[in-house]
Ligand binder design. Structure first.
Ligand code: BGC
Length: 255
């Protein structure tokens, strides 16, 4: 148990990649704040899995799109657990539309969760670390689309591109405080965000043709990378993106 004594908050951990991260960190001895929009059965199920993995934690609900909620969830997490050491900004949404049809509401939702939410949750976390004069680590769950265009998902690609530069910027600004900042960038992973894709055999076939390792990723594949970046062995890594994508991003070949 490499991370005994640490406390992590994982946003959006009621399901999917966030849940796998919560459980993986728990296996390393981390106590986990399961953050999600609602304190509901899914969030409670993640907490139960954290306990089964031999650790403990709590559920704290808040909408990451709302900066006031971002500050409140961090305050409540600190009040409940005594401290925070690791922030995993995992909550994310995507909306598909042709560019010319994108609504302001969908644009705002995607940017507010994926970028603004990360910004202000991280700000509240950093204030806590400064007040307690401790270092820590920030790990953002980004996407191959922080680098790779994603036609029909312009707001999503813009949010993840922004997340890449936010990560790089904060890595430099926060290094003097002993805070590392990195992104984990999944490709196509078996999670609810990809439900439509996974139920369409034709889409699946063309997607798999783009993935050199010829399979979708699992939430655990992503969680393993987060556990590494959260640990002391990654203490000299900051400002980096770790791709967990089966080779999707740089796949190009001529027949
Ligand atoms: C998106 C998925 C997409 C995958 C690969 C992810 O960031 O959330 O919808 O399948 O990238 O393109």
């Amino acid at each position: 148990m490499k991370l005994q004594g640490k406390v992590a908050m994982v946003t959006g951990s009621g399901q999917g990649i966030g849940r796998a991260i919560a459980v993986r960190l728990a296996r390393e001895g981390v106590r986990v704040v399961v953050e999600d929009r609602e304190d509901d059965a899914s969030a409670r199920a993640t907490l139960a899995l954290v306990r089964e993995a031999g650790s403990d934690g709590c559920v704290i609900a808040g909408d990451i799109a709302d900066a006031r909620a971002d500050r409140r969830v961090v305050e409540q997490a600190v009040a409940a657990m005594g401290q925070l050491d690791i922030l995993v900004n995992n909550a994310g949404v995507e909306r598909r539309a042709d560019f010319w049809d994108v609504t302001e509401a969908d644009y705002d939702l995607v940017m507010d969760v994926n970028l603004r939410g990360v910004f202000f949750t991280t700000q509240a976390f950093v204030r806590h670390l400064r007040e307690t004069q401790r270092g820590g680590s920030v790990i953002n769950i980004s996407s191959v689309h922080e680098e790779l265009p994603f036609p029909h998902f312009a707001s999503y690609a813009a949010s993840k591109g922004g997340l890449k530069m936010l990560m790089r910027d904060l890595a430099v600004e926060l290094a003097p405080l002993g805070i590392t900042v990195n992104n984990v960038a999944p490709g196509a992973v078996k999670t609810p965000i990809n439900a439509a894709l996974m139920s369409d055999p034709a889409l699946m076939k063309s997607l798999l043709a783009n993935i050199p390792l010829k399979r979708l990723g699992s939430p655990e594949d992503v969680a393993n990378a987060v556990a590494f970046l959260a640990g002391d062995e990654a203490g000299y890594i900051t400002g980096s993106t770790l791709y967990v994508d089966g080779g999707l991003l740089w796949n190009y070949a001529e027949q």
